[in-house]
Design a protein around this ligand. Structure first.
Ligand SMILES: Cc1cc2nc3c(=O)[nH]c(=O)nc-3n(C[C@H](O)[C@H](O)[C@H](O)COP(=O)(O)OP(=O)(O)OC[C@H]3O[C@@H](n4cnc5c(N)ncnc54)[C@H](O)[C@@H]3O)c2cc1C
Length: 470
């Protein structure tokens, strides 16, 4: 950031990253005279299709990487504030624990995570962190006892009863409410306002143009559009939207009461997990490599100069980008996989209809690290994205880290992890066929699935079925 304080700040995206950034600006006297505008394409906020909105999100310091584990503990300290004004108040945070399991031959992440969480619990002097609440599970029997579920797959695992989960939708609503209260007339939040493209003046980003042609000028533009981020600027393969599947079934009052205080259970070998139910709805989900939804975006929409007519494209060029596709049912292969997981965890519920399914979109980076940095080429454009399926737990602390990065004061280790990786470095992280999946060590399941292919498979299956019947 230049020495002058930005007077007009534009934040694109009212999800966790955008809202946390706004909250941090509001807490700092430096920005007392700055106006902040938050734009979101969703007609309603919290955005039901955004990745920050769902029944629940796991809050855990169970990471193989210590810098994330440490930051998660810092966030957890704030999640544990159960006062009505605190992050964890009014039912926003619960702490029934986390049980991770794995098959014997795919246990690397689990082993490192246990090691890292154990050493942090030992070295950290937080009074609520109890080392006795972290222990190894050596058999299916022990996994069953710790989790409360009948037959969780996995040969071994560990439990961390210091971990918990957050009611994601409530948290976004809480952040919005605080921004409106703390920001007063300095802050404008506009829903139903889709940014069509970024505006540039030379190599400086000067704001954004909306779908209806309105131009919003800004001294600092923060791109926090989650999995949609690569559709507004060419991130050249640094972020990729990957569709992850989840489904809900109805449960009775008695079942809700008996499962409410069980830990979250995740099988690291197949990615399946269950978070304790809420409002008589049980969610089953898969944390995997996900689907890509490839579309072609005109290059001139993603690069300055081309749009301004300063550079004339020789021909109409396109960039292939994976972007979210919302409002569609999950493909058959996912329905079957989620049902198999239910059959294993809660067999008596396995045949209940899915009352709702959803493809929720991660903004994945090849390494699973966030992308929180200035765009190297375009001045005044800051990138706050790349949540990679694990960003939510940092809601109470990520805003301060983003503003630290804007002020070039971010802790060097985090700045290194969240940097704009150079092309050569990216090539090393790519699969031979390009960036098709995040390789952060925690992903399971099939790699390289395309949403269109999976949907088509389903159609041809049902067409085949019809043929047989006729
Ligand atoms: C299924 C699933 C499970 C997850 N589980 C966990 C978990 O257990 N624990 C955890 O810590 N994390 C988890 N995560 C990750 C976490 O939820 C995300 O990292 C985090 O919510 C990302 O927030 P965001 O602000 O980047 O994106 P979002 O919340 O998606 O916000 C981006 C916003 O930008 C808006 N936008 C996009 N394009 C435009 C445009 N052109 N104009 C205007 N507005 C635009 C969108 O409408 C959207 O509201 C999970 C994610 C998913 C999808």
């Amino acid at each position: 950031m230049s020495d002058t304080i930005p007077q007009h700040i534009l934040i694109i995206g009212a999800g966790e990253f955008g809202l946390a950034t706004a909250l941090s600006f509001l807490s700092k006297p430096t920005y007392n005279s700055s106006s902040i505008t938050i734009l979101d394409g969703s007609a309603t906020l919290p955005n039901p299709s955004g990745s920050s909105v769902d029944a629940n999100r796991i809050v855990r310091a169970d990471y193989a990487y210590k810098h994330y584990a440490r930051l998660a503990l810092e966030a957890q300290e704030l999640w544990r504030d159960q006062s009505p004004e605190g992050w964890g108040g009014e039912g926003r945070y619960h702490e029934p624990g986390f049980v991770l399991t794995a098959d014997a031959d795919k246990d690397e992440y689990l082993k490192s995570s246990l090691e890292s969480v154990r050493s942090l619990v030992q070295e950290d002097n937080k009074s609520w962190l109890d080392p006795d609440k972290v222990y190894k599970l050596n058999s299916r029997d022990e996994i069953g006892k710790a989790s409360g579920y009948q037959d969780v797959s996995g040969d071994h695992g560990y439990a961390n009863f210091n971990s918990g989960w957050a009611n994601a939708e409530k948290c976004v609503a809480y952040a919005l409410k605080r921004i409106i209260k703390e920001g007063g007339d300095r802050v404008t939040i506009r829903s139903g306002t889709k940014v069509e493209r970024l505006l540039f003046s030379g190599n400086k980003c000067s704001g954004a143009e909306l779908r209806d042609g309105e131009q919003m000028k800004a001294d600092l533009t923060i791109l926090a559009a989650g999995a949609w981020s690569p559709s507004l600027v060419d991130l050249e393969g640094r972020c990729l939207a990957t569709g992850q599947t989840l489904a809900f079934i109805d449960i009775t009052d008695e079942e809700q009461a008996s499962m409410r205080d069980r830990p979250t259970v995740m099988n690291m070998s197949n990615g399946m997990f269950i978070i304790p139910p809420r409002d008589n709805l049980l969610k089953i989900a898969r944390h995997g490599y996900g689907y890509r939804n490839l579309v072609q975006i005109p290059k001139r929409n993603l690069q300055p100069g081309l749009a301004n007519g300063e550079i004339k494209p020789k021909r109409y060029e396109y960039v292939d980008v994976s972007v979210p596709r919302v409002g569609v049912e999950i493909p058959q292969e996912a329905q079957e996989a989620l049902r198999d997981a239910l059959r294993e965890l809660v067999p008596h519920m396995a045949d209940r209809p899915f009352v709702r399914t959803r493809i929720c979109w991660y903004c994945d980076t090849p390494s699973g690290d966030f992308l929180i940095t200035y765009h190297p080429q375009y001045k005044s454009l800051f990138l706050a994205t790349g949540g990679s399926g694990h960003g939510f737990k940092f809601f109470p602390v990520i805003g301060d880290r983003i503003v630290d990065a804007i002020e070039n004061k971010l802790d060097a280790k985090l700045a290194h992890e969240w940097r704009w990786r150079c092309d050569a470095e990216l090539q090393k992280l790519y699969q031979p066929e390009g960036f098709t999946a995040c390789e952060d060590g925690s992903r399971a399941g099939r790699k390289g699935m395309l949403l269109d292919d999976e949907m088509a498979r389903e159609e041809s299956k049902s067409a085949g079925g019809m043929h047989l019947q006729s």
